[in-house]
Design a protein around this ligand. Structure first.
Ligand code: OVM
Length: 408
């Protein structure tokens, strides 16, 4: 028998030369207001050690990128959360694209890439644009709205499940499943436990949607199942890849769109800049919102062997929390990082990762973001807060709970 795991992963001794930092990055006050924590994290150096969880943490751009880019030294197959899948049974069968290393990863990812190719998404984009225009017309008629429900959740849950080919989408279950997946990446804290209590209600429904017979014949899901006809993957793998789409394709875009709206309300002169050329600036504005708010705030990697980063020796089995949200506000990479500027050069931001695991759905996510921001900029003259925005704590996702807006 394995010894009882204290932190769901191997116990490590603090490496020499790193600061020991007595902080809980999963404190709800930090999760809902992470920016001061990011600054403190970067000030500690390339890596810091958090004794409470016996993990390393990285929040500077250079080190975070180095770790994320190197899939051979820093594994995903041992889980991208606090738990080491080599030592603790995962809460669900591991994802065959997220929680896996090359060469299996390469093989499985290729099937999704083909199903989400630029030519496929180009055809979907016209639908996204029409849906976005219709949705913005609807909310404009209401004047004052709660924009998380009315736009951020409404839009992706309308367009994405339909693109996949889900016949009877249940927006609530899709959003809640995303919350489970992203809270599961953190420690086994009350946040994770509360959402996991919903599993019996949600997981069987999600799994059911992944069956071939449940999917339309013309969606992304059907294209993935087509790869079983040539023997490239099996039926079970195809189902697992659909599960990945439903895991990663809803909450992420809900968060990205909600955060983009928050940015535009917070920086009205930036919204006016967007309005001056919606078709050209919607894409860059969404990209800057990704950098500025970074929907997936952090993922772990696990050291495959003894290695060094920035002169720090890291032992095998070490869990490293890579804080993408902090790296995206590193002044060494982005000038005036705490300013939201839609005309800045956002290239190299880490909101969609980097390397072999970088977001496989990024072209569809970007198409959704562009569609909604362009529709807004073409129809709305001003976006103002109609009350205080409230952030929803989550172990790895930065997302709004409520966003009262007045649209004119
Ligand atoms: C998956 C998966 C789950 C969560 C996130 C993600 C951001 C992928 O199930 O494959 O990528």
């Amino acid at each position: 028998m394995e010894a009882q795991l204290v932190h769901q992963h191997k116990s490590i001794t603090p490496p020499k030369g790193v600061e020991v930092w007595d902080i809980d990055p999963y404190d709800e006050a930090i999760l809902t207001n992470p920016i001061p924590f990011f600054a403190e994290l970067r000030a500690k150096g390339g890596l810091a050690y958090i004794p409470r969880y016996e993990i390393l943490i990285s929040g500077r751009y250079e080190e975070t990128r180095e770790i994320f880019y190197d899939h051979a030294r820093f594994l995903s197959s041992r889980g991208v959360g606090m738990a080491d899948f080599k030592l603790e049974a995962p809460w669900r069968p591991p994802s065959i694209v997220l929680e896996v290393d090359p060469p299996e990863h390469t093989h499985n990812r290729r099937v999704i890439m083909r199903a989400l190719s630029p030519s496929v998404v180009r055809k979907l984009e016209q639908d996204f644009v029409e849906d976005a225009q219709r949705l913005v017309d609807e909310v404009l008629a209401q004047g004052e709205i709660e924009a998380v429900a009315a736009i951020a959740e409404a839009f992706p849950t309308r367009v994405f499940p339909r693109a996949v080919g889900i016949k009877q989408p249940d927006a609530r279950k899709l959003v809640d499943y995303g919350a489970m997946v992203f809270n599961a990446i953190g420690p086994d804290n009350p946040l994770r436990q509360r959402i996991m209590a919903k599993a019996p209600d949600i997981v069987p429904w999600i799994n059911e949607q992944c069956d071939r017979a449940q999917l339309t014949e013309d969606g992304i899901g059907a294209t993935i199942y087509a790869a079983t006809d040539t023997g490239e993957i099996g039926e079970a793998e195809a189902g697992m890849l659909i599960r990945s789409l439903l895991s990663a394709g809803v909450d992420t875009t809900v968060s990205g769109i909600g955060s983009a709206l928050w940015c535009l309300a917070q920086y009205p002169e930036q919204f006016q800049q967007l309005r001056a050329d919606p078709a050209k600036r919607a894409g860059p504005a969404f990209e800057e919102a990704l950098r500025f708010c970074t929907p997936v705030q952090a993922f772990f990697r696990t050291a495959a062997d003894t290695t060094t980063v920035g002169g720090v020796e890291i032992e095998e089995g070490t869990k490293i929390l890579c804080v993408l949200g902090a790296a995206n506000r590193d002044a060494q990479k982005f000038a005036n990082p705490d300013e939201f500027m839609i005309d800045r050069d956002t290239r190299g931001h880490l909101a969609l990762g980097v390397g072999v695991h970088s977001c496989v759905g990024q072209i569809i996510a970007r198409a959704e973001g562009r569609a909604i921001l362009q529709a807004l900029a073409e129809r709305v003259s001003s976006i103002e807060f109609a009350g205080d925005p409230v952030w929803r704590p989550n172990n790895s996702m930065r997302a709004l709970d409520t966003l009262p807006l007045k649209l004119r």
